[in-house]
Design a protein around this ligand. Structure first.
Ligand code: BTN
Length: 276
């Protein structure tokens, strides 16, 4: 099979999706399953440009050019992770779509949804590290990358990509002490089909109500899942390279991280948090 060619959805995945069909609604109703591809976000983006419906989902067993936040690579060896991208249409996202920061709102929501899915499917108590890394004991288990495609007037679509480490892998040296996996944490095999299907069901749950009130509820849940967003000594590196050292002081109503620096509180809307 040439790289990028779709293959049949494996039976365990099809069964797990079917078991959650009502909760998932349109999320994953069309699922393209690939043995390998460059980046599932790129495949989903191209499908979205060709008119793919809200909820169309691309899953790959490996990626050759997996993409992370802030221009980084997402290490995506065969079978060691779940690599998933979902096409989201702004008109299906309610009030979130009126926000200038649609992609960041979607990615915060996805952090809550995927954390709850992992907890439900495996029992592992993952936490959120701002903005949306899922971590266990400060080691990263899952990364989320929401990318918006916009015309001059509006957002056309958002591609929500997430990678969940399933098995310990030969991580590159810069990751070896900072990454972890579901099976590494639990010490037993994990039902990857259940993790995938539950993540799509939880996404559908959290995205279905697009009101501001629902976004506020999601932020409350986010805060509960992210103990390190309050009272942790951190350095924040913002996209332009600005570094802020201080103590986390929660997130505001837009999901921006607040950092106490001396007597001031700085508001960070994008960047990388490093624990000190
Ligand atoms: C991060 O840097 O934390 C975000 C990582 C996002 C990785 C996922 S894997 C599936 C999707 N396809 C990509 O190329 N990236 C995202």
């Amino acid at each position: 099979m040439p790289p990028g060619a779709a293959k049949a959805v494996p039976r365990d995945v099809a069964q797990a999706l079917e078991a959650r069909a009502t909760r998932r609604g349109r999320i994953g109703a069309r699922l393209i399953y690939l043995e390998t591809t460059s980046s599932t976000n790129d495949v989903a983006d191209s499908l979205a440009f060709d008119g793919a419906a809200h909820g169309t989902t691309v899953v790959a067993e490996a990626q050759q050019s997996g993409r992370g936040r802030m221009g980084r690579t997402w290490f995506s060896p065969p079978g060691a992770g779940l690599y998933v991208s979902v096409v989201l249409r702004p008109e299906e996202l309610g009030d979130r779509a009126t926000s200038a920061s649609l992609a960041s709102r979607v990615s915060l929501t996805a952090g809550v949804a995927v954390a709850e899915a992992i907890r439900a499917a495996t029992g592992l108590a993952v936490a959120i590290k701002w903005p949306n890394d899922l971590v266990v004991d400060r080691r990263k288990l899952c990364g989320i990358l929401a990318e918006a495609s916009s015309s001059a007037e509006a957002v056309r679509h958002v591609i929500l990509g997430y990678g969940i480490n399933l098995q310990p892998a030969a991580y590159p040296p810069d990751l070896v002490n900072r990454a972890t996996s579901l099976e590494g944490e639990l010490g037993r095999p994990v039902d990857r089909a259940a993790v995938l299907a539950e993540s799509l069901a939880c996404l559908a749950d959290w995205l279905s109500d697009g009101t501001q009130a629902s976004f506020a509820r999601m932020l409350e849940r986010w805060r509960a899942l992210s103990p390190s967003s309050r009272g942790a000594e951190v350095e924040v590196v913002q996209p332009g390279g600005t570094r802020t050292t201080g103590r986390t002081a929660g997130i505001d109503t837009d999901g921006a991280l607040l950092v106490s620096v001396g007597d001031a509180v700085e508001r960070v809307i994008a960047g990388e948090v490093r624990w000190l």
